[in-house]
Design a protein around this ligand. Structure first.
Ligand SMILES: C[S@@+](CC[C@H](N)C(=O)[O-])C[C@H]1O[C@@H](n2cnc3c(N)ncnc32)[C@H](O)[C@@H]1O
Length: 282
């Protein structure tokens, strides 16, 4: 029987770190050895391989994209929740929306155009929280043209988000009236009680696989980008590149929201500071 991970030598560990950095710019520190052992140990056992040596050889030679996707799914940390860092949603409601509604540039063909991106969306709680905030705070829905994009490099979380099916406890902290308005009761694949996002929410959000360190297929500018709790995995140089790409992709007045444990200090950028973890392009 395969042990799944007993042969994680220094050399193999460093090769895996290099592969992950080259493909996703995720910096795995020396202290991530046990994480690598545990996460890959599981896939090695599932693949009935002998250990890390065999897995690494397969991973390196695979040209189909399967290995890349499997490695990224195994290595990514997908922790998220509804209305996480709630002040961002309050800011959207109380500051961002009134500002956009008052902006003549936002009006296209009689409607107010809003484009938002959840970059590193995980299982979708973030983008659905954004969608609920917009729907709750916009009176005249017909007067708005809203599209939200949610992307991640982990294909499993993207599929999860797109389906919009959440275990009941995921919505525990959300007011019951909101749950009722935006979710149907459902059961998951194991027959456990769950909630499914209603069409009104799912219709606003498009989920796509996207590695942030590849070319971006966008033609139009965004009004805001949420990239929260993603940059913590990147080194300064990578963060700087990403922040500057975000800047170029936002229109004037566009906002960038980052996670509360993240900061742009030490990063050279052109954003104006609005509030802690909120930045504006002027
Ligand atoms: C901790 S979750 C954060 C989810 C959500 N933004 C939040 O704050 O609740 C980080 C997500 O970033 C994704 N991620 C990490 N590196 C990425 C990359 N290079 N390109 C795209 N997504 C990435 C991971 O797959 C993971 O789902």
């Amino acid at each position: 029987m395969s042990s799944g991970g007993d042969d994680l030598t220094d050399d193999l560990f460093n090769k895996i770190r290099k592969y992950v950095y080259q493909h996703a710019r995720i910096s795995l520190g020396e202290n991530k050895r046990e994480l690598v052992r545990a996460r890959f140990g599981k896939v090695i056992r599932q693949r009935k391989m002998k250990g890390f040596r065999e897995y690494f050889n397969w991973m390196q030679n695979d040209k189909s994209g399967e290995a890349l996707s499997e490695v990224m799914n195994a290595i990514s940390t997908n922790l998220t929740s509804f209305f996480r860092e709630n002040q961002h949603f309050q800011y959207l409601a109380n500051t961002f929306l009134p500002m956009l509604a008052a902006s003549p540039e936002a009006r296209r063909g009689g409607k107010i155009r809003l484009r938002g991106w959840s970059a590193g969306c995980s299982t979708g709680e973030e983008v659905y929280s954004i969608a609920i905030t917009l729907l709750e705070n916009i009176q005249d829905h017909a007067g708005w043209d809203i599209k939200l994009l949610a992307t991640d490099l982990d294909t499993e979380v993207v599929a999860h988000g797109q389906r919009g099916l959440f275990a009941r406890e995921r919505l525990k902290g959300v007011p019951p009236a909101i749950v009722k308005r935006y979710f149907d009761t459902a059961v998951d694949d194991k027959g456990k009680p769950a909630y499914q996002a209603k069409a009104v929410l799912r219709g606003l959000a498009t989920f796509r696989y996207l590695n942030l360190f590849t070319d971006w297929p966008f033609r139009n500018k965004f009004n805001f980008i949420f990239c929260r709790n993603v940059m913590i995995y990147f080194d300064r140089e990578t963060q700087e590149q990403l922040i500057n790409r975000f800047y170029n992709l936002l229109g004037p007045g566009g906002h960038l929201f980052i996670g509360h444990s993240e900061s742009l200090s030490g990063v050279t950028h052109r954003f104006e500071y609005a509030q802690p973890t909120i930045y504006v392009k002027r």
